[in-house]
Design a protein around this ligand. Structure first.
Ligand code: GLU
Length: 499
């Protein structure tokens, strides 16, 4: 196994976000490309905001996407435990080292005092940096104070006048001035570490070689580098990946699209679609190719091809891609995937006692497969196969046909169908198999009967009567599945509407 070890470190304070999933995916692809290890670590030291239900949502979402961690709280591994809340002893040890060596100190400022200071600095148009007076308090005096005061935090004694530089794998050299960092906090108390500190300890102890994370963390990196230096740790390589933006180029939020992976799952996007789509949010292969299998992505992924500028989340592209993946499914697979969406939709719940055969469902799904974009659409789109459609009579009108013309048109369809039906009854009696009339036969007969002229005058009212929808597959395909009897019943209902 290669020495490449990367990680995703989500906080379980909300459902799995598409941005986190994208970061996880880039880490995963990078690790798999080099035969390395992908670690999932849970940053749950913020006990108030962390919730087990979100942790589960993160685990489930990543698994559903096919981004399997090699080491995680669930799978375990050689570098555990993988939840920060289970690593408190380790943090305490390193905090103690920093305190003992005079690289960190106790700060006794109240939140009010800090807020006031910040306000003053901002009013004076100065950066809100806290250079703490307690940094020079005698350590023994400070220790005694901690015994009487309960409200204190631990800060890092940021060295002044230092230039902190690192070579980002995506953005080249990044440099920061230590003056702008202030004495940043590293722990609320000895047993409540804060992000910048805990992440550094975890990355060291878990032998993380590359930190691949969102660009929003770039300003944390100099703090982490100072801590790494102070603790004598190894420095990982950094790659800050671009933010995901909405089509208006502002940071992706609920205002644009759904943001949690589970919402996409519920909308009927396939995991392979999302996997492929997320991979292209900030990365491209250097060609026009957009559809990639997981194996292809693992083979082709490289940090060099990750872009610096923001990645636009284009829902139309996602829809297109999902349609492509739906069409790649075998029919039995698609039937299974669609069933929850058929059953889950109140409108299409099969009437009790009315057994809808698997074969019937299969035919319906086959009809929709070429045009479906999301599995969730299937409920509404196929509703008319399960219950008589509801619609306004005007839907039956083709161009400016009069009511009498519509009635005549529907009569003609009934005529054609009843002729076909009596022929079919004879045929079925002879062969002793009950077969629906095929769409080919239906089409041939109708076209012959209609002859020259505007086909819409017959086919539109017919199709509208069958489906009650503005758009649907053609009437012949529908009648083949529905059967002539039901079709005729619906046309008669349509005629009643006109009366
Ligand atoms: N908990 C942080 C986040 O989810 C981790 C950041 C990091 O990777 O260092 O954004």
């Amino acid at each position: 196994m290669s020495s490449i070890r990367v990680r995703i470190a989500p906080s379980p304070t909300g459902p799995l976000h598409v941005g986190t999933a994208r970061t996880a995916l880039f880490n995963y692809l990078f690790a798999k490309h080099f035969g390395g290890t992908f670690v999932l670590r849970i940053e749950d030291t913020d006990l108030e905001r962390s919730d087990k239900k979100y942790e589960k949502d993160i685990f489930d979402g990543l698994k559903w996407l096919g981004i399997e961690a090699d080491e995680s709280p669930e799978r375990g591994g050689s570098h555990g435990p993988y939840r920060q809340s289970e690593r408190i002893k380790t943090y305490k040890k390193h905090i103690q080292t920093l305190l003992t060596e005079g690289k960190a100190f106790y700060c006794f400022h109240s939140e009010n005092e800090l807020a006031e200071e910040k306000e003053k600095l901002l009013a004076a148009k100065r950066p809100p940096i806290h250079i703490c007076e307690y940094r020079s308090l005698d350590p023994e005096e400070a220790r005694i104070l901690t015994e009487t005061k309960s409200d204190f935090i631990i800060r890092f004694k940021t060295p002044s006048g230092r230039k902190i530089e690192f070579q980002d794998l995506i953005r080249e050299k990044v440099s920061f001035d230590s003056e702008l960092l202030g004495d940043f906090s590293i722990a609320k108390r000895a047993n409540v570490p804060l992000y910048n500190f805990a992440v550094v300890v975890d990355d060291e102890e878990m032998d993380i070689s590359h930190v691949i994370r969102g660009e929003d963390h770039i300003s944390n990196t100099p703090k982490q580098l100072l801590l790494i230096e102070a603790l004598g740790f190894r420095t990982p390589q950094y790659a800050h990946i671009p933010m995901i933006l909405g089509t208006d180029r502002s940071k992706l939020s609920k205002r644009h699209n759904a943001t949690s992976v589970n919402e996409y799952r519920e909308m009927g996007y396939l995991p392979e679609t999302l996997f492929n789509f997320l991979a292209l949010l900030g990365w491209n292969s250097g060609t026009d190719k957009e559809l990639f299998t997981k194996e292809e992505l693992i083979k082709e992924f490289s940090l060099e091809k990750v872009q610096k500028s923001g990645a636009i989340f284009d829902i139309q592209k996602l829809d297109w891609m999902n349609g492509e993946y739906i069409r790649k499914k075998s029919l039995p697979e698609l039937v299974e995937l669609s069933k929850p969406f058929l059953n889950g939709n109140q409108e299409t719940k099969f009437p009790k006692g009315n057994l809808v055969s698997n074969d019937y469902i299969k035919k319906i799904i086959a009809l929709e497969q070429p045009r479906l974009k999301k599995l969730s659409e299937i409920g509404e789109r196929t509703e008319y196969f399960f219950r008589a459609p509801q619609y306004e009579k005007d839907l039956l009108r083709w161009k400016n046909m009069s009511d009498e013309e519509i009635t005549a048109s529907l009569d003609k369809s009934i005529n054609i169908l009843s002729n076909l039906e009596s022929h079919n009854v004879h045929l079925n009696a002879r062969t002793r198999v009950k077969m629906n009339i095929s769409k080919e036969t239906l089409e041939e007969t109708f076209l012959k009967e209609i002859g020259e002229g505007d086909k819409g005058r017959i086919l539109w009212p017919l199709r509208a009567a069958l489906t009650g929808q503005k758009a649907s597959p053609g009437p012949f395909e529908i009648m083949e599945i529905l059967g002539i009897k039901k079709a005729m019943k619906r046309i008669k209902t349509a005629k009643d509407k006109i009366k």
